[in-house]
Ligand binder design. Structure first.
Ligand SMILES: NC(=O)NCCC(=O)O
Length: 416
């Protein structure tokens, strides 16, 4: 079966080798620039792209031998960096170690559902162990991590992957959370057994003692390209919760929610210090937006953002169309990984690979959030009152945009 880019992906594993020499055949933008620019130009490009002038140079941090051994044995990438903050007189530094995991699926989408789920769990277990061995305090997995991203198909049988909040995947992660004293954010397809089996796209926040701290349900559902997600689950009803964990206050803005600045704002207003954006998105649709939106949110809201995207090309048993007149196809396109962290001072880490499974780790001093609020004063200068009254008017059925009164059509040069 041809894929949407005309190439034949390996069947089974969603993971691909970077096609040598082809467009998109590079591991990450960072590596592309590093290998093609002189050291001076690369430094200047990094200053502009990674914000290393307004923030501070990010130091790579070394990890235990056990982590590198796991990464080698299970063929995943590990990268680790440190965001610093100024030393304060009245507060101790609040450094937390945070991890993000990106991965491809583990078996063909044609295999038994139970086998697919089991294989994904087995695949990410060593990655979670690597995070635990590295002393990660808070770890976030990718959107709908227990399953292939089958929403492109519109076939209802994939609903079988939905689980109750305290289901199999949560139980699996609860043990690991407890073992490693680590908070784990687990984005799954949720079956709400207490409310008529409604399906949601949910992040379960598991505390470092293996307790369930709470859940957040995806607020904004895409209706773009093959992201036929509204066929499967409802717009979330949990608002913008921020969870007080042992290591900091965290929120979860699931995937498509990253295109909505007010969604990011609401987590900030509720006090988030780190917002995770577990995602599943493909190159042709969103890759140019990916490095910008999360970083912008971190800057505008004075918090850290952890962005995660799955990797690989997932091929489904039955072809589907995209409703665009083009031929039917059986894959969703290439999920380009590129998970990374952004900081409130505009700095960000390089991204993980566009092709390989990976674990991204960052140490971050959460004191930086307040330091940037004090420096830039975005909260103080935001004029929320102005926008709240405009929005209240906009929501009225008789609202008309102001410019329709100020510039009558004839003056605006529009002749109907
Ligand atoms: N999973 C999801 O919401 N994807 C939508 C596509 C995008 O936002 O890039």
């Amino acid at each position: 079966m041809a894929t949407s880019n005309g190439k034949q992906p390996p069947q089974g594993e969603g993971e691909e080798a970077a096609p040598a020499g082809s467009i998109g055949g590079y591991e990450s933008l960072h590596r592309l620039l590093e290998s093609n620019l002189s050291p001076e130009l690369f430094k200047e490009a990094s200053r502009l792209l990674l914000g290393l002038n307004c923030g501070r140079a990010l130091e790579a941090i070394s990890l235990p031998e056990a982590t590198s051994a796991l990464a080698k044995a299970h063929n995943f990438d590990v990268q680790a960096f440190r965001f610093d903050a100024d030393k304060e007189y009245l507060r101790q530094p609040r450094v937390v170690r945070v991890g993000l995991i990106q991965n491809s699926i583990a078996t063909p989408t044609t295999s038994h559902f139970a086998e697919q789920k089991k294989a994904i769990m087995e695949k990410i277990k060593p990655m979670i162990d690597a995070a635990g061995d590295s002393g990660v305090n808070i770890l976030c997995l990718q959107e709908a991590w227990t399953m292939p991203f089958a929403f492109c198909t519109r076939e209802k049988r994939w609903c079988e992957f939905a689980e109750p909040v305290d289901g199999e995947s949560t139980q699996f992660l609860q043990q690991l959370a407890k073992k490693y004293n680590m908070v784990i954010v687990s984005p799954i397809l949720e079956r709400d057994v207490n409310h008529g089996e409604i399906i949601w796209n949910t992040a379960v926040v598991i505390g470092n003692h293996g307790n369930i701290i709470g859940i957040h349900r995806k607020n904004h559902i895409p209706r773009v390209g093959d992201f036929n997600e509204s066929t499967y689950y409802m717009e979330g009803n949990t608002g913008h919760p921020v969870f007080e964990t042992a290591y900091g206050k965290i929120g979860v803005n699931i995937c498509y929610g990253r295109h909505h600045p007010l969604n990011w704002l609401a987590f900030g207003i509720n006090g988030a210090e780190i917002v995770f954006n577990p995602s599943a998105t493909v190159g042709e649709l969103s890759e140019p937006m990916w490095p910008i939106e999360a970083r912008n949110a971190a800057i505008a809201n004075s918090y850290f953002v952890g962005s995660i995207n799955r990797v690989g090309t997932e091929v489904f048993p039955n072809p589907f169309t995209s409703g665009d007149g083009k031929p039917q196809h059986a894959d969703f396109g290439h999920f380009y990984g590129s998970s990374h962290f952004s900081a409130p001072d505009a700095s960000c880490t390089p991204s993980l690979s566009r092709y390989r499974d990976g674990l991204m780790i960052s140490d971050m001093d959460l004191n930086l959030c307040r330091q940037i609020k004090d420096k830039w004063g975005f909260r103080m200068t935001a004029r929320y009152d102005t926008y709240s009254s405009l929005l209240a008017k906009y929501l009225q059925p008789d609202f008309k945009p102001q410019n329709s009164e100020v510039y009558p059509k004839s003056q605006a040069g529009v002749d109907f």
